[in-house]
Design a protein around this ligand. Structure first.
Ligand SMILES: O=C(O)CCC(=O)C(=O)O
Ligand SMILES: [Fe+2]
Length: 292
């Protein structure tokens, strides 16, 4: 009986059915956010107008930020523009999104939310937890969508698109256009993560490493600057809901024991987040402050 079920198993059909529900990646691609580079190429007056529009509380309009460059140091600016859209509720307020990308961004957020819920269920299981455990902790609520635009770089050897880092949050779902540049660090060596059309990169972040008491491991990665472009990527960062900001969190109690004690101190989410918002991406990661 089991063998028969196995023989009838049609993986291609299962994937197609998953995509057709639009919980899958196809829905994300269809929503077209990766084809929205025009949000980065706009007249200066239009950008200035958005920057002073007070209703866009959750949006950072893209600018090349050179403020972290100190003349005396050899620090370089990252070779990219980024647009950050924070979605804290299931239905983001359209007036808080730049008009140019409002429709795809809202549609995309909805798919990501559904996919995030599924993935946190799947991740609860190998931890030996009930499927809804991570979801019920608030992991699936609230995420930031960051759209990166990496223009072609005339001297890619002098800079990087994004410096080496691990994502500080719980989980990142990343969509890339066809131009490569993303690399992960494995056993001291950098490996390319080639874009697969219709595929998402799923990255474990430091916060998930922390609450899983090292059962899941975050991965260090970076983005090269490339002579061809633009490279576009859209990362959705699950880092816990705003309502959890004042709560302490640490390794999940069910995952620790006398034989396997907590490897991290408890932290207040707000303080943890402040450490990565105000710290440099490639300097001491926030997780290191809590290691026991
Ligand atoms: O653009 C990419 O592929 C990755 C960007 C990234 O690592 C990040 O935003 O944290
Ligand atoms: Fe990252």
């Amino acid at each position: 009986m089991a063998a028969e079920t196995l023989m009838n198993y049609d993986r291609a059909k299962e994937l197609k059915d998953f995509d057709d529900t639009k919980a899958g990646v196809k829905g994300l691609i269809d929503s077209g956010i990766v084809n929205t580079p025009k949000m980065f190429i706009r007249p200066a007056e239009e950008l200035a107008e958005e920057q002073i529009n007070p209703c866009q509380k959750n949006t950072e309009v893209p600018t090349i930020d050179l403020s972290n460059i100190q003349e005396s140091s050899r620090q370089t600016a990252d070779w990219r523009d980024s647009l950050n859209l924070s979605v804290q509720d299931s239905d983001p307020d359209p007036s808080e999104m730049p008009a140019v990308c409002r429709k795809p961004a809202i549609e995309y957020s909805q798919y990501i939310k559904n996919l995030g819920e599924t993935l946190f269920e799947l991740l609860s299981e190998p931890l030996g937890l009930e499927p809804y455990h991570l979801g019920s902790m608030g992991c699936t609520k609230g995420f930031s969508t960051v759209c990166h635009y990496y223009p072609a770089c005339p001297q890619p050897e002098l800079t990087l698109g994004v410096k080496k880092h691990a994502d500080p949050g719980l989980l990142t779902l990343l969509l890339q256009n066809e131009i490569s540049g993303l690399q992960i660090l494995h056993e001291g060596q950098w490996f390319d993560v080639q874009p697969i059309r219709g595929g998402l990169v799923v990255n474990i972040g430091d916060l998930l490493q922390m609450i899983s008491n090292d059962k899941f491991k975050s991965v260090k990665h970076r983005v090269l600057a490339t002579p061809i472009g633009p490279r576009i990527s859209v990362g959705c960062f699950f880092s816990g809901h705003a309502s959890l900001l004042d709560q302490p969190f640490g390794p999940i109690k069910e995952l620790t024991s006398e034989a396997n004690p907590p490897r991290y101190k408890e932290a207040v989410l707000k303080e943890y987040i402040a450490k990565f918002v105000f710290g440099a991406l490639d300097k001491k990661p926030p997780i290191d402050h809590y290691k026991i």
